[in-house]
Every structure is written in structure tokens, then in C-alpha cells.
Unconditional design. Structure first.
Length: 542
């Protein structure tokens, strides 16, 4: 009888222990599954708060923008791969451009953990220049924050309109998730307590591992933090090892280490390239390769060519805006197409006549004999040269190397004849020395002084600080050193600097131009008729 009772008690104890262990095993997957949060479903969006910071606002820009608010409402979120899609009070996606400008194109999109980011911009040289960055960030399983930063740089007639837009809103889940703070307190059946595992004591390090958070390229101005782990022969990790960092990158690059994070400068000419970060601990070393690359805008340059069949009117409009330097026309105006074509023809005729008058005037000045000063055996001074726009303005998009222009030489180099010529010339106005340097927004070549339009492209010259080609920095085509937007020559090898945006596509651009000069071989775009170097008529490339 006693033996039977003991066997029953043992069976009951084993059953209770099995149920307890099974309950713990059932709870652990539930807790792990709670970590994978789904963001699909119904959400409530707050109104969009919009603020503007105006840097430049001319009389042709219209009303000055101020703070504003856009309504929120009910939003439904769905999944689309690794990104989210929104519908309801507003529509879009985490990998889309949140702009009303139809000419804005996406240049980069990323989905990292609980953060989604998208960068969009217009084509370089667009009179309605715009670039924006849109970010969605998860604050907690029931809250998503949206932030936007957009920069506008418009050229409307004679005015420059520059402003920065900052917007933000918050999305909260319509039905909050019930997330348990901790597991229920279960009292397991009495069992033998195992001996606690002793913590390992690290010895001499024998291995060093280094990895970045991810291997995706980063943009100029961003930073990426690295994780280093040193272990001994028993795979026991060392705590707080003294690791030395070293960065090897392209010549003239500015990438550096701040603590255990790799930081790049915001200037693309100084930041782009492939870097190798090396961590050293005693005789051990490990490395990680990091690539810094700007958003690729080369694909956007061919947008007009790809859209010719679908929207020929848009192509004509873009050509007229670049040729005349006027404000952009609204993209949906189909009723006044006849008037638009007539206006385009008049603008092209006026631009052609103006350019012809400039060429005729320059040639007449070059053929007239000089009656003001006697002939001198020395070299002609810089001030006596005719202001020929075909000679004073640059014609090559990407010069390889070039000496300093004669206007940049000292008076000692000009000689005695030049000094006499300068003495006979009338005194220049007092404000001539403080003239703002300007350059062409299409080819990036700087003006030599006095002219207002580019002799090659007919574009109005802009100050260096407002030229979209120069905002990315200048670069030396010989030594690849980066310089600010207002620099003109490299002090190391006296080469003429070029905009970094043109330098990236210098090898591909000349070969794709459809017209060529039969005299010098220079290539030009389809709408150019005469060579900017020798005035010869251009022919089409077979």
C-alpha cells in the first residue's frame, strides 16, 4: 500500500514538472515574437507643421512664404517589400519623393532597421532647383515620426528665390498594441539548483574582429560607427581593449575617425572615394572597407531624351528655358500651347540676333586701327585686347590643364611695353576691383569681367555662390584636390579648376554630343549652330 502511494506521488510530481517546463517553453516564443512588430493597419496622423527659412527672395518670387499647417487624418499603412505605403489622408511611400514638383526625381532610398530615408532632387541647371530629404523614424511600436527638409533654389526672371522648408508630423496607431512589460511570475516545481557558471577571465588576445553596422555606401557628411571585438584563445572577449584606429583614403580626402566612428566632410570633392579603416591591438589588426558616394544624378540628365516621345512639349519648354534664362513654365498648361510656341520662337530669334550683334561688334573692334597710342615693339597689354566674347569666355567643358590667364600675371611679367600701354589707358572705375566673380550655370566657366552672358551657351552668368554647378565644390583635374566654390586655380600645379559635377561625367559627355566643328573637332549640342572657337558652321556626326 505504501509503495503504491509513493508511486502515485512520484507520477504526480513528474506531471507537474512537465507542465511547468512546457508552460515556460510556450511563453518564451511568445515573448520573442512580440519583438517583431508589424506597422500595417490603421493609424492617425497629426497635422503637418511647416516652417520656412528664407535666404534670398526677389521681387519676382511672389509672396514671401511663412509658417503653415497641412491637415492630418486617418491613414492606412501597408507593406511594400522593406518599405511602407500610406493611403487615406495622404498618399505616398517611404521610398517616394514627397514633393509637388513634377521634375523632382528620386536619387537614393534606404531602409535601415526602424528608419526609412529618401533623397530627391531636380536635374542640375534646372531653373526650379529643388532637393529634399524625407525620413520616417519609429519612436516606439505605436508611434512613427515624419521629418522633411527641402531646399529651393529658383531663378525667376531677374530674381533668385532661395528658401529651406522644414516639416514634421507624428503618426500614432489607431488601436495601440498591448505589449506585456514582463513575463508572468510562475513558481516552478522544486528541483535541484545547478551550480552557477563562472564568468570567463580573458587572457592574451589572439583574434580581432571588425565590422561596420552595414556595408551600404554612405553619403558625404554622414558618419558610420564600427564595432571591434577582441577575444583570447578560449573565445573570451576582452572588455574595453585599447584599439588604435587608422584611415587610408584617396589623396586629398577628408575622412577621419572620431572615437570609433568614421566621419566624412560635407564637401563631395573632399569626401568621395573608397576608404579602409584599420583597427590595431598589439600585433593583431583588422580592417573594414567603407565607400563614400554622392547620390548619382547622371541618370537624371537623360530624362529629357527618354521623355521625348511621351511629352514633346515638355522638351521644347526645357530647351527654351535654358536658352533664354527665364522662369519655368507650369507643367500642366495645355490650353495656351500655340502662344507658348510663338513665345519660344521669339525668344530664340532674339537670342540669335543678340549673339550675332556681339560677334559683329567684337570683330569690328578687332579690325579697327589704334589711333590713341603709338605702336610699341613690346607685347600688347591686357587692357588693349578686344573684348571678344568668343576668346574671353571658355569653350571647353573640362580643360585638362591650363596656365594662368594673362590677366592673373603680375606687372613685372607684362614688360615695359605693357606698362606704357597701361599708363596711357584711362583710369578704371573705383568699383571695378570689387566686382563679384560670375560663371556660366551650364559649363561652369568663369567670366573674365564685364560680360553678362556666356558666349557659348547664351546663359546669364551667376555669382559663384548661386551657381548650382559650383555648390558641390571645385576640383583640380590634375591632382584631384578639392577646393571651395569660389576657387579658380590650383596652387599646386597652376591648373584651372572645374566644377566637380562636370568632372564626374567629363569622359562620357563629349562623345555623346551630336554636332562637331570640321575645323577644330570640338563637339556641341544639337541646338548649337556655330563653333565657339573659330566660328565655323557645325556639321552633324554620322
Amino acid at each position: 500500500m505504501f509503495c503504491r502511494s509513493w508511486s502515485r506521488w512520484g507520477l504526480a510530481a513528474r506531471t507537474a514538472l512537465t507542465l511547468t517546463v512546457g508552460g515556460w517553453a510556450a511563453l518564451l516564443p511568445t515573448r520573442g515574437a512580440a519583438q517583431e512588430v508589424s506597422y500595417t493597419g490603421a493609424w492617425q496622423a497629426t497635422p503637418l507643421s511647416v516652417r520656412y527659412a528664407v535666404q534670398s527672395w526677389g521681387p519676382d518670387c511672389g509672396p514671401r512664404p511663412g509658417s503653415a499647417s497641412e491637415p492630418g487624418g486617418r491613414v492606412t499603412i501597408g507593406s511594400e517589400g522593406s518599405h511602407l505605403r500610406f493611403s487615406g489622408a495622404f498618399t505616398g511611400a517611404t521610398n517616394a519623393c514627397w514633393s509637388d514638383n513634377a521634375e523632382v526625381r528620386r536619387v537614393a532610398a534606404s531602409a535601415r532597421g526602424e528608419s526609412w530615408s529618401t533623397s530627391c532632387a531636380t536635374v542640375a541647371g534646372n531653373p526650379r532647383g529643388e532637393s529634399g530629404r524625407y525620413t520616417f523614424t519609429v519612436r516606439d511600436p505605436n508611434t512613427i515620426a515624419y521629418t522633411e527638409r527641402t531646399t529651393y533654389n529658383w531663378q525667376l526672371r531677374e530674381s533668385t528665390c532661395t528658401a529651406t522648408r522644414s516639416a514634421s508630423r507624428t503618426l500614432t496607431r489607431a488601436t495601440p498594441l498591448a505589449i506585456p512589460s514582463e513575463l508572468p511570475d510562475l513558481t516552478p516545481a522544486p528541483e535541484a539548483t545547478p551550480e552557477p557558471a563562472s564568468a570567463c577571465t580573458a587572457g592574451e588576445p589572439t583574434a580581432l574582429r571588425l565590422r561596420p553596422l552595414d556595408d551600404a555606401p554612405i553619403e558625404p557628411g554622414e558618419r558610420v560607427c564600427l564595432s571591434a571585438r577582441a577575444t583570447d584563445a578560449a573565445d573570451c572577449a576582452l572588455s574595453n581593449p585599447r584599439i588604435e584606429w587608422r584611415v587610408v583614403g584617396p589623396a586629398g580626402s577628408g575622412g577621419r575617425m572620431e572615437g570609433r566612428c568614421f566621419v566624412t566632410p560635407p564637401n563631395a570633392a573632399e569626401a568621395e572615394g573608397a576608404y579602409r579603416v584599420t583597427a590595431t591591438l598589439g600585433g593583431l589588426s583588422a580592417y573594414a572597407d567603407i565607400t563614400v558616394r554622392s547620390p548619382d544624378l547622371s541618370g537624371l540628365i537623360a530624362v529629357r531624351d527618354r521623355d521625348t516621345a511621351s511629352d514633346p512639349a515638355g522638351i521644347d519648354r526645357a530647351e527654351s528655358e535654358q536658352a533664354a534664362g527665364v522662369a519655368a513654365v507650369s507643367a500642366g498648361s495645355g490650353s495656351g500651347r500655340t502662344a507658348l510656341l510663338v513665345g519660344i520662337g521669339l525668344l530664340l530669334l532674339a537670342a540669335t540676333c543678340g549673339f550675332a550683334l556681339l560677334v559683329i561688334r567684337a570683330r569690328r573692334k578687332g579690325t579697327q586701327p589704334s589711333h590713341r597710342a603709338p605702336a610699341s615693339s613690346g607685347p600688347a597689354s591686357t587692357e588693349d585686347r578686344p573684348s571678344d566674347p568668343l576668346k574671353n569666355s571658355g569653350t571647353a567643358l573640362i580643360p585638362k590643364t591650363a596656365p594662368l590667364p594673362s590677366s592673373a600675371r603680375t606687372q613685372a611679367d607684362l614688360g615695359e611695353g605693357s606698362a606704357a600701354s597701361v599708363g596711357a589707358a584711362p583710369a578704371s572705375p573705383a568699383g571695378a576691383g570689387t566686382q563679384v566673380p560670375v560663371s556660366c550655370p551650364v559649363c561652369g566657366v568663369a567670366g573674365t569681367g564685364g560680360e553678362r552672358f556666356c558666349a557659348k551657351h547664351g546663359e546669364r552668368l551667376l555669382p559663384h555662390s548661386q551657381n548650382p554647378l559650383r555648390t558641390g565644390g571645385m576640383i583640380c583635374p590634375t591632382c584631384r584636390r578639392g577646393y571651395p566654390a569660389d576657387a579658380e586655380f590650383c596652387p599646386h600645379d597652376r591648373a584651372t579648376l572645374v566644377p566637380y559635377a562636370l568632372y564626374r561625367r567629363a569622359d562620357a559627355t563629349p562623345d555623346t554630343l551630336p554636332r562637331i566643328c570640321p575645323t577644330c573637332g570640338e563637339r556641341y549640342a544639337q541646338h548649337v549652330t556655330f563653333c565657339g572657337k573659330d566660328g565655323a558652321s557645325l556639321t552633324s556626326v554620322n
